[in-house]
Design a protein around this ligand. Structure first.
Ligand code: ADQ
Length: 501
C-alpha cells in the first residue's frame, strides 16, 4: 500500500534512483524565484516511501539548463529538505540538452526502439554528447554513493552509464529498467553504436523489461552480437553469463497506483466534473483517446479509423462523440510539430464532413489536462480507444480501467502496447494499422451489452489492482536481492509468458 515500505532490501542498502528527470515540478513564483514541488507520477508515489524510509537519493536532471539557471543546485537543496530524501541534480548545458536529450535519446533511440527507423537521425555528434552526459550522470552518482548502496537506473537516456560507472571503479549492484520496448535484432543492428550500448547494458547486475517480448529481443541481440554469451533459466527472471559476470534479466510490467486512482476518481470534485461532461453530451457514448503528442501513439491512424466507423456504421453518427486529448510534448523537434499539424488537419476534415446541428463528432484538446479533469474523462467515457503503434506499457489504459469504478467501460487497446500482454483476455485488442478492423471494434464496443462490459471491466480491474505499482517495485527489488534463481518469487497467474507474447 502507498506509504508503506514493502521492499525486501537489507537494512544496510540505501536505494539510489537515477533517472533522466528528477521527480519535481519547477515553477517561478511571483517574485521570480524558483518553487519546487514533488512530482505526482506513479513512479514517485511508489519509490518515495522507500527512499524516505531508507534515506535514499534521487539523481537526475532538473529540466533547466546551466544557461537558464546556474544556481539550481542551491535552490534544490533548500526546497527539497521536506521531502525526506535528497535530490542531486545533474546540470546540463543547452548543447547537452539538445544533443543528448533531444538528439540521441529522442531522435535516435526513441524511434529506433519503437521500430520507426525512418524517423532516426544517426548524427555521430549525438553519440559523443550522449556518452559525455552519461559520464556526467555517473560522476554525480559516484560522488553520492556509499558502499552497499543499490543503484537503480531508469530508461533509455542512461544506457551507457554502466560503462562509465564500472570504469570509475564502482562495484555496487547496478540495476536498470527500460520503460520503452526493446527492438528486435534486425532493427537493433542498424544502430551504429549497438556494440557499445549492448556492452554497457551487460555491465548491469539486473535488467528489467516491460514484457517477455522485449526481454526475448534483448537476449536474441546479445546472443547474436556478443561472443561468449550464455543464457540460463526460465520464467520471470533468467540469467545471462558473459565470462565470469552474471546478469539477471526479467519482465516486470509496470503498474499504476490503483487505489490512489480509485480514491481520486470517487471524490466529489471528479464526480461533479464527470457529471458536467456527460450533461454536455447527453445521450452520447463518449469514446476517449488520451496521449502525449507522439508519432508512436498512432493518433492519425485512430482518427482515420473513427472516420471509417462513422461512414460504415451511420448508427454511430450523432450517438457517439470522440474526445481526443493530446498533451504537448517534444515540440522543439520538427517531427512533433508536423504530427500536430497532421492531427489538426484530420480533426478538421472529419468534423467538417460529419458535423450536424447539435453534434460535433470529435472534441479535440491540445493541452495537459489537470488530474481531476483527466479522471473525470476516464470516469465518464464508455469506451477508451488507445491504439499506439508500439508502446512500452501504456499507463493510460490502466488508469482508465482503475477509474471505471462503476465498471461500465470497454477498453480498446493496441496489440502492440506492452499492456496488451497482461490485459489481452478482457480488452478488445486491435492492430493499430488496421483502420477497418479498429472501426469494426468501435462498433462492436458500442453495441456490447452492459452486462458483458461489466464482467470484462471487472476482470481488467482485478489484474491492474493486483499488479499495481507497488507490486512492480517489490518484484523488481526482490529479483535484485534474491541470491539464487529458486529464490525468485513465483507469481501465480503471472501474465506475460513466452506463449502469450
Ligand atoms: P509515456 O510514453 O509518457 O511513458 P504512458 O504510459 O501512456 O506513456 O503515460 C502517459 C502519462 O501521461 C499517464 O500517466 C497519463 O495520465 C499522463 N497523461 C496523458 N495524457 C494526458 C493529458 N491530456 N493530460 C494530463 N496527463 C496526461 C513511457 C513509455 C510507456 C510506459 C511509461 C511507464 O513510453 O510505454 O508505460 O513510460 O513505464
Amino acid at each position: 500500500m502507498k506509504g508503506e515500505d514493502r521492499s525486501v532490501m537489507n537494512p544496510v542498502n540505501r536505494l539510489v534512483i537515477v533517472s533522466n528527470r528528477l521527480p519535481i515540478v519547477l515553477n517561478h513564483d511571483e517574485g521570480g524565484s524558483w518553487q519546487v514541488q514533488e512530482g505526482s507520477g506513479g513512479l514517485v508515489s511508489a519509490l518515495a516511501p522507500v527512499l524516505k524510509n531508507r534515506g535514499g537519493v534521487w539523481i537526475g536532471w532538473p529540466g533547466t539548463t546551466e544557461e537558464e539557471n546556474g544556481n539550481i543546485k542551491n535552490v534544490l537543496e533548500e526546497e527539497t529538505k521536506s521531502f525526506g530524501y535528497s535530490m542531486k541534480p545533474v546540470i546540463l548545458t543547452l548543447e547537452e540538452k539538445q544533443k543528448y536529450y533531444e538528439g540521441f535519446a529522442n531522435e535516435i533511440i526513441w524511434p529506433l526502439f519503437h521500430d520507426m527507423t525512418a524517423h532516426c537521425n544517426f548524427n555521430p555528434e549525438y553519440w559523443q554528447v550522449y556518452q559525455q552526459v552519461n559520464r556526467k550522470f555517473a560522476d554525480v552518482v559516484y560522488q553520492n554513493i556509499r558502499e552497499n548502496d543499490f543503484i537503480w537506473i531508469h530508461d533509455y537516456h542512461l544506457m551507457n552509464i554502466a560503462t562509465e560507472l564500472r570504469s570509475a571503479g564502482v562495484r555496487s549492484e547496478l540495476a536498470f529498467f527500460l520503460h520503452i520496448p526493446f527492438p528486435p535484432l534486425d532493427i537493433m543492428v542498424r544502430l551504429p553504436w549497438r556494440f557499445q550500448i549492448l556492452h554497457s547494458l551487460l555491465e548491469f547486475n539486473l535488467i528489467g523489461f516491460q514484457t517477455m517480448r522485449d526481454r526475448r529481443n534483448f537476449i536474441h541481440c546479445v546472443k547474436t552480437l556478443i561472443p561468449g554469451v550464455r543464457v540460463f533459466g526460465k520464467g520471470q527472471v533468467q540469467t545471462i553469463r558473459v565470462g565470469e559476470h552474471e546478469i539477471r534479466i526479467g519482465a516486470f510490467p509496470i503498474g499504476i497506483d490503483f487505489h490512489g486512482f480509485v480514491k481520486l476518481a470517487a471524490t466529489p470534485e471528479v464526480s461533479e466534473k464527470a457529471w458536467f461532461i456527460h450533461e454536455d453530451l447527453t445521450d452520447r457514448v463518449i469514446i476517449l483517446g488520451v496521449d502525449r503528442l507522439d508519432y508512436t501513439k498512432g493518433i492519425p491512424e485512430r482518427l482515420k479509423a473513427y472516420r471509417n466507423a462513422l461512414a460504415r456504421y451511420p448508427e454511430l453518427q450523432e450517438n457517439v462523440t470522440f474526445v481526443q486529448a493530446v498533451v504537448p510534448s517534444r515540440r522543439s523537434l520538427p517531427r512533433y510539430a508536423a504530427l500536430k499539424t497532421e492531427i489538426e488537419r484530420l480533426v478538421g476534415e472529419i468534423n467538417g464532413q460529419f458535423t450536424r446541428s447539435g453534434w460535433v463528432p470529435i472534441h479535440y484538446f491540445f493541452r495537459s489536462l489537470s488530474r481531476p479533469e483527466l479522471l473525470a474523462y476516464y470516469r465518464t467515457s464508455e469506451i477508451a480507444l488507445l491504439t499506439p503503434l508500439k508502446d512500452g506499457m501504456n499507463l493510460v489504459a490502466k488508469e482508465y480501467c482503475a477509474c471505471k469504478i462503476e465498471e461500465n467501460g470497454v477498453l480498446i487497446l493496441s496489440e502492440f502496447a506492452g499492456a496488451a500482454a497482461q490485459l489481452q483476455k478482457y480488452a478488445e485488442l486491435v492492430n493499430p494499422h488496421d483502420i477497418e478492423g479498429i472501426a469494426e471494434t468501435i462498433y462492436r464496443a458500442y453495441k456490447m451489452e452492459p452486462e458483458k462490459r461489466k464482467i470484462r471491466m471487472r476482470r481488467l480491474r482485478y489484474i491492474i489492482r493486483k499488479y499495481d505499482i507497488f507490486w512492480w517495485v517489490d518484484s523488481f527489488l526482490k529479483a535484485a536481492f534474491a541470491r539464487d534463481l529458486k529464490d525468485f518469487p513465483y507469481i501465480e497467474d503471472y501474465i506475460p509468458t513466452e506463449e502469450n507474447n
